[in-house]
Write a protein of this length. Sequence first.
Length: 278
Amino acid sequence: MRFLPSAWVRVLRVDGTELRTGRNLNITKDVEFSGPLVSVVEKAGALIEALLRDFQVLDDNVRFKTVPEYPRFAWFEGLVNAVAHRDYSLQGDYTRVMIFDDRLEITSPGTLPNRVTLENMRTTRFARNPKICHVLTSFEMVRELNEGVHRMYEEMDELGLPAPEFSEPSGMVVKLVLRNDIARRVPYVAAADEVPNMAGNKTDDRGLVVNGQELTPVERTALDIAARDGKVSTRILAQEAGIGLRTASKTLAALAERGLLTWHGTSRRDPQQHYTSK
């Protein structure tokens, strides 16, 4: 920071698929990291990993398995590239990571360096900041200098996800977008996109409608947990939604009554009772 005052990374988690402002601000996490670049990458990477989800999907043997929201290599390589190759001559801007419900965006100040273009970036490499690249390589944060971007494409494809999207939207930044294909991975999200609300219109990203019923943020969190972990309990919902056990219990029971969750247990006092997705 002493020599590169703009060398910091900001990580944000957004509730929804679009960033809103004012009273409708939907940022649930906003952390800035500054200091030695190696430390910045490590700390920002740790937070990103903690904010990302796992999904339960059926494999070829019709068994559920846990898969990450994005391949770790893809988003970590995107973060490292943004830090290593950004234009540090541009003051007042910073590397930004934004995690939405359906995608992860990494924005880096400056254009693509030298001979690298959007068309050849999978096979062409040029270090705008060779000393920074050397340091990150020494700490084994950059292991495959000649094929990192190409491997990002391969790993997204292996997980059945859309290809990484690189762009230079304003001519002043480079943006990477990774999409998690959530509508396919979480069936109730796909169903919600097809169900009109009470006025006959589809819901926007401020609400979610399932079987004609709009979900509250807490109810949506409950269904997210059930899809992510395979089940949801009163205690887990209370912890993740920041609510009391009584409210969490009532929320889950109501979702079961509406046919959106299935209750499992021997009695209402069973400490192992939980709910699963329909």
